[in-house]
Each structure stands twice: as C-alpha cells, then as structure tokens.
Design a protein around this ligand. Structure first.
Ligand SMILES: *Cc1c(COP(=O)(O)O)cnc(C)c1O
Length: 390
C-alpha cells in the first residue's frame, strides 16, 4: 500500500506549533504610515521598514499613477527582451549618483539582486566568507554560487582574518559578504576593517545596504558613506523596498562590474523587469531622500528619544547593541516574545516578536520611523513599563 507522500507536512506543522515558531500573516488596511489599521484597530507602527515614511507619501503615489497611465501595468518581459524602458536607466543613474559609483543595475527585488550578484561573481573554485548573521538572501546566494562557504562569528574580524590566512591561498577568487546594518539586530558591520582585510587578502567585498540606504550617512547613501568609504572599490547591494518605499533591488559599483552582471546575473537576465510603477516610485523616493535631509534628522532624533526614555524608565530591559533605527530587546523564549508582542498589540502598539529560526534568540524588534511623533514613542515606552510590572 502506498503511503500518503504529503502526510509529513502535518507532522512538521505540529512541531512548528509546539515550539511557538508558527507564523501567520496579519493584514494592514489603508495607507502605510506611523500609525496603521491592523484588524480594524488603529495601532502605532513599529514594525515597518518604511524608515522615512515615504510608502504612503502623496508624491510617490502620484509618480506611480502617472507611470501606470503612461507605460501600463507590467513591463512584459526581461530587460534584455521587451522589458526595458528608459525609466529603468534613469533610476539606475539616480541610484549610482546617490551612491557616487560609476553605475548601477536594478533587479526585481533585493533578494534577487543578492542571489544574482553572488552567483555571477564566484563559483566552484572560489571561497565565500559570510557573517553568521547575514540575511537569508546572502546565505542562499552563496549556496547557489557553488563556492565553498565559511561562516565567521558575527562581526568577528579576528576570526575572519584567521580563516583568510588559512584558506585564501586554496581558492581562485574570494568574496566576503555581509549586511551593513544587520536586519534583525540593528548593529553595523565593521566595514573599514572588512575593507582592509579584503585588500590584504585580495578578496572582493559585497556589502548589503538594504536597511542603510536612505537612512545612514549624511546624504542617505548608506553605511559606506557613514564610514567615510565613498569611492572605494567594493560591491554594494540594496533594496528599493525599505526606506525608498517601492519594490525592487540593485547592485552598484564600477562600470565593469555592472556590465558584467548584465551579462551574467541569472536573476536579472531570466526574470521580468521591474514594473514601470515601481520604477517611477523609487525614482521619486530617491529625489526626496536627497532633497529632504530633515527626514533623517527626525528619524535619528526619534531613535535617541526612544533610547533615552528606555534608559530612564526601563534600565533593566536588555537592549541589543544598535547603531541604526532598528532597536531590539531580548526575551528569554519564543513564548515570552509572543506574549509581549500580544500585550503590546492590546496597548495599540504594533511591534513584532522575532523568533528562531530567523534569529538565534527571541526578541521584540522596534523599527523607528521619521514620521513617528514624540507621543507615539512615549506610548510605546508606557506600554513596555506596564508589561514589565505584570
Ligand atoms: C530586506 C532585505 C533584503 C531583501 O530585499 P527585498 O527587496 O525585500 O527582496 C536583502 N537583504 C537584507 C539585509 C534585507 O534586510
């Protein structure tokens, strides 16, 4: 008698439930912003990557609508076939100008940008050194490339250097890959040291600026700018879907690098080009990032205010080290994190519990926006004080 080959799915889901690792979706209604409607209740939104509050901005909405009317809905093909529009090149030039690099290439998501770039740059005879806390797209890009992969402990440049001295000579090319702002922790990679190690051992360095673009650095160019490394030879990846409020991803760097990726990145060649609406929206967002630096000032003011209130009222709650608008506090278990997140929702605060397997230890992740008002942050801290009294 043949057995049901899908029966294991039920068992697997049961195990996920028992560990309190089960995930499900929650629908946001209406426009995104500092407050949103969640299951009919207005909540203060500390769960979004929309750091500058642009995803609901009228100017971006208008740019998207105008583009839809002019160019239609879908791009109808890959960039190399029928999908290419002048608008894509305009966006690529705008990203390269923001980052002060020679060129840029736009992908249909940040995830695809990482998969495509890594798979194109290294192969079987090569070595990848990867931070243990890297985003899933970097990790899966490494696997897809077929290169040998060595994970180094999070941010540990001494361990990385030992690996490089032991292993570098056994491989043809070597690529170091890292998030710049770590997405689930909010701390930064030691970029200056990584760059000098890359130089010393003839390695390429790929840095993922997904959470840094629009946020870090004086002009919002990212951590590369924040660390004063603008113009250095390296590979930068990012997304159009976080501070830029659209959808899509990109790689920036030298003209040669970008030309190579246009010829070799499978996730660029064999997928449909970014839609005209997403492209126009991202283009409008980059203009605002450049023209309205006060949004970054507001964002950093909010981050400081939150940390100051936490220090004054809840010094015992352990905040994870962070130098970004992502601030997390650790909880002893997935169950504790879920309970805290539910209590917060009761107080009209939307802040997600982040649990294994996404991260090794459970936490509540707060992500600050430029458009939060002082009273939003005060309500968050008041809710945390109340939960910690229970
Ligand atoms: C969100 C994110 C991505 C993926 O970007 P998408 O455009 O959402 O696919 C890649 N890397 C990091 C570090 C991210 O946080």
């Amino acid at each position: 008698m043949p057995t049901n080959p899908y029966a294991w799915l039920d068992d697997s889901l049961k195990t996920i439930h028992q560990a309190d690792w089960y995930r499900s979706v929650q629908a946001i209604e209406g426009l995104p912003g500092a407050t949103v409607l969640l299951a009919g209740q207005e909540v203060i939104n500390f769960a979004s990557n929309d750091y500058l509050g642009l995803a609901g901005d009228e100017r971006l909405i208008q740019a998207g609508m105008a583009s839809l009317q002019k160019f239609g809905t879908g791009s109808t093909g890959s960039r190399l076939l029928s999908g290419h529009r002048e608008l894509h090149r305009e966006l690529e030039k705008a990203i390269a100008a923001l980052k002060q690099t020679e060129d840029a290439i736009v992908f249909s998501s940040g995830y695809l940008a990482n998969l495509g770039a890594i798979a194109a740059l290294v192969g079987k005879r090569d070595l990848i050194l990867s931070d243990q806390y890297n985003h899933s797209s970097l990790k899966n890009g490494a696997i897809l490339s077929g290169a040998a992969i060595v994970e180094y402990p999070h941010g540990d440049v001494a361990a990385l250097k030992i690996q490089l001295s032991q292993q570098r000579q056994n491989y043809r090319r070597c690529l170091i890959i890292t998030d710049s702002v770590f997405s689930m922790d909010g701390d930064l990679c030691p970029l200056p040291t990584l760059l000098s190690l890359a130089d010393e051992f003839s390695c390429m360095l790929l840095v993922d600026e997904a959470h840094a673009t629009g946020v870090m650095g004086k002009t919002g160019a990212g951590c590369v700018e924040h660390f004063g490394l603008t113009g250095k030879q390296l590979i930068q990846v990012g997304t159009l879907s976080k501070a830029l409020g659209s959808l899509g991803g990109y790689v920036v760097g030298s003209a040669t690098l970008i030309d190579f990726l246009r010829n070799r990145a499978p996730t660029w060649i064999y997928t449909t080009a970014l839609s005209p609406a997403d492209t126009a929206v991202a283009l409008a967002a980059i203009k605002i990032v450049q023209q309205e630096p006060q949004r970054r000032t507001q964002l950093w003011g909010n981050v400081d205010y939150f940390k100051k209130l936490m220090q004054a009222h809840l010094p015992k709650l352990k905040l994870l080290p962070s130098e970004s608008p992502i601030v997390c506090f650790q909880l002893p278990s997935a169950t504790a994190a879920l309970i805290t997140s539910k209590h917060l929702t009761t107080s009209a605060i939307f802040a997600p519990a982040i649990r294994p397997p996404t991260v090794p230890t459970s936490r509540i992740r707060i992500s600050m926006m430029a458009t939060h008002e002082p009273r939003h942050i005060e309500k968050l801290v008041a809710a945390l004080i109340k939960i910690n009294r229970q």
